[in-house]
Design a protein around this ligand. Structure first.
Ligand code: FES
Ligand code: FES
Length: 219
């Protein structure tokens, strides 16, 4: 027979907060949602907007599977509360394919991941690609990394060590790193000696092709 609980219950419980209205632009579309204040941006995208390309791995900011672009910068969407994103510009993996050349269905970075076989299960791949777009913008803006030799240099050359370091927040459980680095290096507007050694010269993509123009400039 079930026992009666003797746990004390408050006779005057604090009421749960109600839902909050939030508006943002997601992949170029103005979007409004009524959500509880504890809903993360990741859960808003996946569960409320059906944008399931963004993946939930750890849900604790440890793996990068949930990376999206927030006002042009890469963020872990599992750590961002959706209600804090009023008037933000969000770009997910589904929003990267734009400004494509005739006959193309994927931007150069995504094609390069396929060409280099830069994934196995693919679970980390949307986060890897969104993170790479944000990372390329950071490098273009001259942001140094922990392995940059000159912290004040105007120009960053993204050799393999720089790419590895800058992408270190994105984990791949299948360990496809050996192919992820060359896939990113191949689309660089200015190729590093590492990338040249691997693939030789080729037609370099226009900047707008690999970052898309929905992503705001990094200030
Ligand atoms: Fe967000 Fe892992 S799911 S960092
Ligand atoms: Fe499987 Fe990266 S390809 S987790």
């Amino acid at each position: 027979m079930a026992q009666k609980s003797t746990a004390h219950r408050s006779s005057n419980p604090i009421p749960l907060p109600g839902k909050i209205s939030v508006g943002m632009t997601v992949n170029g579309i103005e979007t409004k949602a009524e959500i509880a204040p504890w809903v993360t941006l990741l859960d808003l995208l996946r569960d409320h907007l059906d944008l399931t390309g963004t993946k939930k791995g750890c849900d604790h900011g440890q793996c990068g599977a949930c990376t999206v672009l927030l006002d042009g910068r890469r963020v872990n969407s599992c750590l961002a509360l959706a209600v804090a994103q009023q008037d933000s510009q969000i770009v997910t993996i589904e929003g990267l394919a734009e400004n494509l050349a005739d006959g193309e269905t994927l931007p150069p970075l995504q094609r390069s991941f396929i060409k280099h076989d830069a994934f196995q299960c693919g679970y980390c791949t949307p986060g890897q690609i969104c993170s790479a777009v944000g990372m390329l913008r950071e490098a273009e803006a001259g942001w140094p990394s922990a392995v940059s030799a000159d912290l004040n240099a105007d120009h960053v050359t993204l050799d393999d060590d720089e790419i590895r370091e800058r992408m270190s927040g994105n984990l791949c459980r299948c360990a496809a790193y050996a192919n992820i680095v060359p896939a990113i290096a191949e689309v660089l507007p200015i190729r590093s000696p590492d990338a040249e050694r691997r693939s030789g010269s080729g037609v370099y993509p226009e900047r707008s092709e690999w970052v898309g123009d929905r992503n705001k400039e990094v200030e």
